[in-house]
Design a protein around this ligand. Structure first.
Ligand SMILES: [Zn+2]
Length: 256
């Protein structure tokens, strides 16, 4: 009898592993892909994109600041990092950059079910391991709060994303942004043991897409400023950049 239970537990563990492996092999949903491709080059921060490349778009948000929105390739960086998109803000004079990584999940606007959101647990864990636990969610003083007036330092968000209402909309899709470390505090479990994120429960601990964009632009959310080298090292570890690539933003682009 005891061995039966042991065997059952072992089998369940194996099954869980296989399910994770299977979901890693499947591509992102077409819907999610479409929204990501759309959002990486839509109007943001109150400005039109300045420079649209294949996998990133630059926005000139002030005289000497650029925000780059970067799409992470699903077969490479996404699986390693756990994020779909990165918002990067550049200070080209000081050669500093700060960022936020975002995992997109489509929902109905009210509920996000773990059973339907493919891969969610492993992706959340990766973001935690790669960013939160590596100190990217700390300020220069090594903690996550600041003496300035701003939200806590956190560099990873989950974004339950509404389906696009209008296919040709010039604007970014709408969605909520919840810091990765706040998810467990507000997720609930159904009678069947299915984990659910409810809009009602997460409202007080997440940001609307408008507030999110504005707050990132004004340095009120996201990581601290770091050197280009520090960010490049992280990006290369997770195949977001090739070994010979740099993340430089050219000042010439700024003068356009
Ligand atoms: Zn964090």
């Amino acid at each position: 009898m005891a061995t039966d239970i042991q065997n059952k537990d072992l089998l369940k563990k194996e099954l869980n592993k296989l399910q994770i492996v299977r979901s890693m092999l499947l591509p992102r949903s077409i819907q999610e892909d479409y929204i990501l491709e759309h959002d990486v080059k839509s109007m943001k921060f109150g400005v039109q994109p300045m420079d649209i490349k294949a996998k990133s778009t630059d926005y000139k948000v002030s005289e000497n600041r650029v925000i780059r929105v970067r799409l992470i390739h699903p077969n490479e960086g996404e699986q390693s990092m756990g994020a779909d998109l990165i918002y990067e803000q550049y200070d080209p004079e000081k050669k500093k950059v700060r960022f936020i990584m975002i995992q997109y999940k489509i929902w109905d606007g009210e509920f996000l079910y773990w059973s339907q959101a493919k891969n969610l647990d492993p992706q959340i864990k990766k973001l935690e391991d790669n960013l939160c636990k590596k100190g990217f969610c700390h300020c220069e003083l090594g903690r996550n709060h600041s003496t300035d007036y701003r939200y806590p330092f956190c560099s990873a968000f989950l974004r339950p994303t509404d389906k696009l209402q209008f296919k040709d909309s010039p604007f970014t899709s709408s969605g909520m942004h919840i810091p990765i470390c706040r998810i467990n505090g507000v997720a609930v479990e159904s009678k069947e043991g299915n984990k659910i994120l409810r809009k009602q429960n997460m409202k007080h601990t997440s940001l609307s897409h408008k507030v999110f964009e504005e707050s990132f632009n004004y340095n009120q959310i996201g990581s601290r400023w770091m050197t280009y080298e520090e960010a490049e090292k992280l990006y290369k570890e997770h195949k977001i950049l090739e070994n010979d690539e740099r993340i430089i933003v050219h000042v010439q682009e700024l003068e356009m």
